[in-house]
Design a protein around this ligand. Structure first.
Ligand code: GLU
Length: 471
């Protein structure tokens, strides 16, 4: 039997860490067994679904290179399939129309809670719906859940799970507006798409017995289920789309690369000995259900930073360059050719944890500086500094070879001539060429910015200072 897994997000929020982990585990399981991986968008909850979320999910999965073999299928395009099966079920008597008003259901629920009973539908229409058949009253369709016996299944992570049918009520499979519900569509799709292994979050574990009963009623095969434990935030609260869970897109925007994100989410609930770093190939070979943890795991942004740093330093130069240029393009950062970005990356990327951190440390090489935005610039505007800068300009203008060593030598000569400490000269230059007081090694920055831009910016600083003194 060919393994077939699926990732079936509801586009009611962005792709977040928990969803991406479900996708990764399902993808790895399919890849490991040479099976196939299906992407299905569960968009029947029309009130909460949003196309921006669909785009976000597709973008996140593509960025992480979790390629799907079939789909994306949209449940909203499959309504006819669901409708026909519901008609069939009504005809066969395994589903029934329920005409109970919201008012009656509310009252029922209130009484049950008052009597310390589990709130559930009392199956009134299961017996009497035939009498109301021709009525115009709006109705929902309910599944005739077996009344006696048990449902049991062996969860691939949690082992045997057994639920009494007494615990389950006749759940709704079609709403009064004619739309089929999640619990119905998911069952029909898993069946019709020949899904063999359902890997999903443990928040769905209560749905599984209902879904198995439904599959049994349709004589459909039952897939194997694996319910992955939840992820907690750093204060121990369950992560969800609605709270602190960060979307994959925001990690991408911050400059995290696919290998690091995948490695990070892989380890949120799965382990192999003490190993921390897993290449994609290793993930595919080593991934198994046995090593998925039954207990919740906790997000740890420090570990993600560490992994990103590791991969930025250990992937091939071509791979890193391609991530870097894609990052710049999607963040609309335009790099001009005057800067030797390849060597800058080679030399300095190792000091940074993310692409964003790297870029923001060097963006001034590209972007013009607005000197009036520099903190306390007025304290630097004096005639001595202007004199130093004019001399510096002249000396650098005459420099014919633009080497780091020559640049450093010139700076040292300057400090001697004006009897000022190196740090002060460096700060002055940093303000002029970077618009900030901290940058990496000053001679290196002068070297990378290039002679023309360097002289232009020093000249601007002189002019700014002169005009400030005049005021
Ligand atoms: N659409 C569901 C969700 O986003 C997942 C359904 C499933 O995996 O069975 O939570």
């Amino acid at each position: 039997m060919k393994v077939k897994t699926r990732f079936s997000p509801s586009p009611t929020g962005c792709l977040h860490i928990g969803g991406a982990r479900t996708a990764l585990y399902s993808w790895l399981f399919a890849r490991k067994y040479n099976g196939s991986f299906v992407l299905r968008i569960e968009d029947t909850d029309v009130k909460r679904v949003n196309d921006n979320y669909v785009q976000d999910i597709l973008y996140g999965l593509s960025y992480l290179k979790l390629n799907w073999d079939e789909g994306p299928f949209y449940q909203s395009n499959r309504l006819n399939i669901y409708k026909n099966i519901i008609l069939f079920m009504l005809k066969k008597g395994i589903a029934y129309k329920c005409y109970c008003s919201q008012e009656r259901l509310d009252k029922l629920r209130k009484n049950q809670i008052l009597n310390k009973q589990k709130p559930r539908y009392d199956r009134q229409c299961r017996e009497y719906c035939a009498l109301l058949k021709k009525s115009n009253i709006p109705f929902v369709v309910r599944f005739k859940n077996p009344i006696n016996g048990f449902v049991q299944f062996t969860d691939m992570i949690r082992g045997l799970i057994c639920i009494s049918n007494y615990e389950l009520d006749d759940f709704i499979i079609q709403r009064s507006n004619g739309m089929p519900t999640y619990n119905f569509c998911v069952v029909i799709d898993d069946w019709k798409m020949n899904i063999t292994h359902v890997i999903r979050g443990e928040d769905h574990i209560n749905n599984t017995p209902r879904q198995i009963n439904l599959l049994n009623s349709l004589c459909a095969p039952i897939p194997l289920y694996a319910h992955v434990s939840m992820i907690l935030d750093d204060s121990g609260v369950k992560l969800s789309k609605r709270n602190k869970s960060k979307s994959i897109t925001s990690y991408i925007r911050e400059g995290f690369i696919p290998e690091a994100i995948l490695n990070y989410i892989l380890r949120l609930g799965w382990s192999y000995k003490d190993q921390e770093i897993f290449s994609i190939n290793e993930m595919q070979n080593l991934f198994n259900m046995e090593n998925i943890s039954k207990s919740p795991s906790m997000i740890n942004d420090k570990r993600l930073l560490w992994l990103n740093h590791y991969y930025l330093n250990n992937l091939s130069t071509e791979t890193i360059n391609s991530y870097f240029f894609t990052y710049c393009k999607s963040n609309k950062i335009f790099l001009d050719e005057s800067i030797d970005i390849q060597n800058l990356l080679k030399e300095f990327l190792c000091h940074h944890n993310t692409l964003e951190e790297f870029i923001s440390s060097y963006l001034y090489l590209y972007k013009d500086i607005n000197l009036s935005n520099v903190d306390n610039i007025q304290t630097y505007c004096n005639s001595i500094n202007i004199k130093i800068l004019k001399f510096l300009y002249k000396k650098f203008f005459l420099l014919t070879c633009w080497y780091k060593s020559d640049i450093l030598l010139l700076l040292k000569q300057l400090t001697k001539k004006f009897n000022v400490c190196f740090k002060n000269i460096a700060t002055l230059i940093r303000i002029g060429i970077a618009g900030r007081k901290n940058t990496p090694n000053i001679s290196t920055i002068i070297f990378y910015i290039g002679k023309n831009k360097f002289l232009l910016r020093i000249n601007n600083l002189i002019k700014y200072m002169q005009s400030y003194i005049l005021i």
